[in-house]
Design a protein around this ligand. Sequence first.
Ligand SMILES: Nc1ncnc2c1ncn2[C@@H]1O[C@H](COP(=O)(O)OP(=O)(O)OP(=O)(O)O)[C@@H](O)[C@H]1O
Length: 749
Amino acid sequence: MKSSSTGLLLASPRTHEHLTPTASESAAAMPSLIMSDSLLSSEEIKESKLKKAKEPHNSPSEEKKSKKKKKHVEIESNDGELDSSMDEMASEKKKEKKEKKAKKEKKRKTDEEEEDKSDTTSESTEMTVVEKKVPAANGPAMKKPKLMEQDEEMDEGENETTADDPNALSNYRLSKVLKETLNSKGIKALFPIQAMTFDLVLDGFDLVGRARTGQGKTLAFVLPILESLTNGIHKESRNTGYGRSPSVLVLLPTRELANQVHADFEVYGGAVGLFSCCLYGGSPYRAQEASLKRGVDIIVGTPGRVKDHIVRGTLDLKALKFRVLDEADEMLNMGFVDDVELILGKVQDASKVQTLLFSATLPDWVKKISTRFLKQDKKTADLVGNEKLKASANVRHLVLPCTRTARPQLIPDVICCYSRGGRTIIFTETKEFASELAGLLPGARALHGDIVQAQREVILAGFRSGRFLVLVATNVAARGLDINDVQLIIQCEPPRDVEAYIHRSGRTGRAGNTGVAILLYEPKFKFNVSRIERESGVKFEHISAPQPADIAESAGSEAADAISNVSDTVIPVFRSQAEQLLSSSGLPAVDLLAKALAKAAGFLDIKKRSLLSSMENYVTLILQTGKPIYSPSFAFSTFRRFLPDEKIEGVKGLSLTADGMGAVFDVPADDVKTFLEGQDNANSVTIEVLDKLPPIQDRDQSRGGNSGRGRFGGGGFSGGRHGGNRFSGGRGGNRFSNGGGRGRFNRRN
Ligand SMILES: Nc1ncnc2c1ncn2[C@@H]1O[C@H](COP(=O)(O)OP(=O)(O)OP(=O)(O)O)[C@@H](O)[C@H]1O
């Protein structure tokens, strides 16, 4: 356990007052380049970027000149806020392009010949850029598949097209080899957070960077750091040679994330001849020590292990040029404050070190702490700022009521209906439940802090490679993990911190792709959903548990595909059995085939499912009396007029509708008929089966219900499905046992 005695820890989210930056702080935090760009015309921006790209990397004297120039621009543009300036840039760009289009139309009409000679090439390529990318609210362009054909046709002119994009790689001081490496990864232009911070980092500023999840914050520090060390201001002074001490230290909260960021440094750093090393707990010291002894340029690690190396005397940070705190708020949240402070204090001369702090969430208390680690003239690049929506705009955020006991039956159906055949990550609050749930879902694996490190790495590699498609994880997987084709995130209950919601849901919808995040909640704790909605700025879509028709649609089509893929060679072998079955069943052939499809999809039976609580074998009904229903007890007294007590006792989760004109409630599927027929014995009372939940009043559900009123409970609603392997993923499926190897307790990583 970490001590909580430092000053920094006193500034924890629970105890610290939130501070709003003053106007002067905001102004000081403005990156000059962006502000200056936003005041220039697009031609001027392009020209200045192109000029900058052609410039050799700054010599110290040029450096000074360029800083002076920037300061001048800062003073001129001090009415701006950096927050959301990318939005302005995006709309600015849109406007410009619209104007250009109109201008072009006009020009074509009046002077066709001249138009042909001069403008066609550049204008048409400009158009391609516009159509190729739809600016997302605050981030990378959203992919627009419909335009692919047109894009493919334009392939030949692609270089010109990207060069016209102000964020094209060629417009930045990136070395040829880095540009080539980026190109080989399909990266042709910088994402907004990268474009916004590249020059600032290369020019020597400390920086606080915030952008929503999946918007490329990693390369936002990797690229300028590498350039700075190999061609920029730190080129001459950095250590080289055998046994050199590192120039860069990147600290991250989890081992998985450290590995991932290290992989980026290996690719891009390796391309420019820099060596990196990953230091994290749970792995042997010896290999790490050997690398450190040989000398490395970049260290990526978790605070605990980095500190251990410092204490053992195997890591010397005196010559650092860069310190990066990635997911800084989580590191401080996890109690790493002492370690982080000790580590950051190990540099010889803090004024010569650049410190960069990145996260998708920067609670005010972290911003305040940054004043302690970062220089006074630090810049802040905040793509979220004061905007209401803090979570990813590329994600559909859904909420679904579900009791604890209903979760194991519900989750496979949710995956079936929402994962679009891609990967799913399920977040649980506890390691125990992660293991338990993974054991219940065929082919799923668990990932949490009790699993030994080597096993954690195998599991993550298996998930990345598609060996299995469902990962059940605790918060160890919440931050930063960038895994291809994660289509669906399920959170088993609302997390305590809004930051956790933002990061977990951000494991999908990355790099301009879209995804779905579903938050399950116990109906009686609905207020937690409202809290997250309020704090994250997300407008949740309320959905109910997938119903038989939804499931049949998704699972049935999968099963149909599987059946179509069965070789015709099976027909002669199985035909006589099929004929026998057809004649003995008495069913039409199509009905029998439907049964076969259901079986292939893993269904032996379709159970009814409550809209209120997702419990199987419960059906949600609505009671209306033609006048307002003021309280649950009024609804119960109405029932007493026409229903026997033992049936009323089976009512669960009774809640009033938002308009006050109805009461919705669950009854066991077997009792539905009694309730529907009972209404015939009561005047002005209607009871109907609901197929969609109307808005209900947001208040303490415990007031509803009869005996044990409104408490959703009761377990043992077994699913209608046998242990099918629909969710076993690409290969091997349920060969994997539940990954709950009980390692030692390790709170930190
Ligand atoms: N300029 C770019 N063009 C195309 N893809 C990019 C670009 N920059 C980054 N990416 C890709 O975008 C994905 C998300 O990047 P990254 O993991 O750095 O996001 P992030 O903002 O750090 O997210 P999180 O907040 O969740 O940690 C990665 O797969 C990365 O390779």
